[in-house]
Design a protein around this ligand. Structure first.
Ligand code: CA2
Length: 145
């Protein structure tokens, strides 16, 4: 059976392509999910994608991934900088975790420079635009494909 990858996007990322294109680009979340799904198919992975504006719902999805997904690609949005709950959930997940930020968080306000999730992530991609999600999947293919 194909290994499954979970794509998780956090708060406000449902607005991609609709506001602030100068920071986050013109692609919508649906475009990104379709692009990652196409690439996943090429690599022989199954893909399940979720977006939520709620911290607890993201925690629930990470719990779901335990036992069903071999890897998680996560853009935790602003929760990257605040959420010990998401970090704890990822610490209970045994597969590969790749953290993606569309913008270069290190080139932005100081409060975005620290991510709790990075201390668990097997890889971190920032500032590569929405292409970062494709890079994350390629890395997963290298690690577990
Ligand atoms: O660069 C990233 O991907 C971020 O994770 C995006 C978060 C931000 O809080 C992080 O510091 C970096 C914000 C996502 C907001 O997305 C929007 C998209 C379009 C319009 C408005 C917000």
């Amino acid at each position: 059976m194909a290994k499954q990858v979970m794509l998780l996007n956090g708060p406000n990322l449902n607005l991609l392509g609709k506001r602030q294109p100068e920071i986050y680009g013109h692609e919508t979340l649906a475009d990104i999910e379709a692009m990652v799904a196409r690439l996943a198919e090429e690599f022989g992975f199954g893909l399940v994608a979720h977006q939520s504006n709620h911290e607890g719902v993201l925690v629930d999805h990470i719990h779901e991934a335990r036992g069903s997904s071999a890897a998680i690609i996560i853009n935790p949005g602003a929760y990257s900088h605040t959420s010990v709950a998401i970090l704890d959930a990822l610490n209970a997940f045994e597969g590969v975790v790749i953290e993606v930020h569309i913008s270069n968080i290190h080139k932005r306000e100081a409060f975005r420079h620290h991510s709790y999730v990075s201390s668990r992530a097997d890889g971190v991609i920032a500032g590569c635009g929405t292409e970062g999600y494709a890079f994350a999947l390629r890395r997963i293919a290298t690690l577990i494909g």
